[in-house]
Design a protein around this ligand. Structure first.
Ligand SMILES: C[S@@+](CC[C@H](N)C(=O)[O-])C[C@H]1O[C@@H](n2cnc3c(N)ncnc32)[C@H](O)[C@@H]1O
Length: 340
């Protein structure tokens, strides 16, 4: 068995991805909107998704043991017994671990209580180091109204290092927009390191959250948007704001860039067509990060059309619905070799 998590509004897409990857996987229950308990073997699915990740399934974890629970403090003793009997021998003592609990029921305890109680036992009995930020092995514990589901896996098998794929970033006082989290999450998830002093084009930049993140990564930014940028960016000499649309900038002999990001509020297909027009202004080694805003209806068609359009100039490296995406997905592109 396994547990799969996606944005509730997109759970049917995730369910289809699961069916396509593991057609023996039956959906056994919906534990919470966006959280499915499925039959089938976790590990072959995880292996397949490590090389060909799904777009909408945000997180998976295995279920190897179940424990009856009542939402009372006696559950903690039962969970401890279970991991002592079934999991301690499987924990690799050299590898950092974490316990990731999620609770979808009324209970007197919080995820933190389970995490710390079980982590204490694992640490003291196996000597494995606890590392909640970069674990190598993860014990997942999902509590529903009557049952706790427990499973041990490698972080890289779960599609995300975070419980349920919920990646939260600390809010900084200087933060300009919530959209900043989207870019931070994309860079982390797609393992993209931006070398300092690169040149970046930010299409649809206002009010400037992505531009601020790019400046923190020491990029020189050309920010294109008819709307105003935040005042802190207006004073930054390494930010050039072109107060115009992306279509207008195309007519003005754009520069060439190491990175193009695009978070324009535009239909996914129109945005993709524009990105193809921008391809000549991306260096061959360059990369693109963009969001594809999905319509309410025919979302699959919109994605397929957009990918087909982008194929004219780019290779699709990654496409995921990240925790900070709502009705959109984030993609990572590189230029095709034969595109001039
Ligand atoms: C979601 S906001 C971008 C937020 C930004 N990434 C941030 O972090 O602050 C979308 C922006 O796209 C801009 N936009 C929409 N159509 C555009 C176009 N054709 N050319 C340039 N910008 C456009 C809007 O003006 C709006 O500021």
């Amino acid at each position: 068995m396994l547990i799969l998590t996606a944005v509730p509004d997109f759970i049917d897409f995730a369910r289809d991805e699961l069916r396509r990857a593991a057609f023996d996987a039956q959906i056994l229950a919906e534990l919470e909107p966006g959280v499915l308990l499925a039959g089938g073997d976790f590990f072959p699915l995880a292996q397949q998704w490590q090389t060909q990740p799904p777009i909408f399934a945000r997180h998976i974890c295995p279920v190897q043991e179940t424990v009856p629970v009542a939402g009372t403090n006696s559950d903690l003793a039962r969970l401890t017994q279970c991991i002592t009997r079934q999991f301690l021998d499987l924990i690799e003592p050299e590898w950092p671990f974490s316990v990731q609990a999620r609770i979808f029921a009324n209970a007197v305890y919080k995820p933190f209580d389970i995490n710390s109680a079980l982590a204490d036992v694992i640490q003291s009995r196996t000597g494995a180091p606890l590392d909640v930020r970069q674990p190598v092995q993860i014990l997942s514990v999902v509590i529903s109204s009557q049952t706790a589901y427990l499973g041990l896996s490698l972080a890289e098998q779960n599609l995300s290092d975070w419980a349920g794929g919920v990646r939260r970033f600390a809010r900084e006082p200087e933060q300009i927009s919530r959209a900043e989290f989207k870019l931070l999450e994309a860079l982390e998830q797609f393992k993209i390191n931006l070398p300092p002093r690169g040149t970046a084009l930010d299409l649809g930049a206002a009010p400037g959250g992505w531009t601020r993140v790019l400046r923190q990564k020491e990029q020189y930014v050309t920010a294109v948007d008819p709307a105003q940028l935040h005042s802190t960016l207006q004073a930054d000499k390494s930010v050039r704001h072109l107060q115009m649309t992306a279509e207008e900038y195309l007519t003005q002999y754009p520069d060439t860039f190491d990175l193009i990001v695009n978070d324009m509020r535009l239909d996914a297909r129109d945005s993709s067509r524009l990105m193809v027009e921008y391809a000549p202004y991306l260096y061959p080694h360059g990369l693109v990060i963009m969001t594809l805003k999905l319509p309410k209806e025919k979302r699959r068609t919109a994605i397929d059309h957009s990918f087909n359009i982008l194929k004219q100039a780019y290779n699709l490296q990654n496409a995921r619905q990240l925790f900070h995406n709502r009705s959109e997905i984030t993609i990572h592109l590189t230029k095709t070799e034969n595109f001039s």
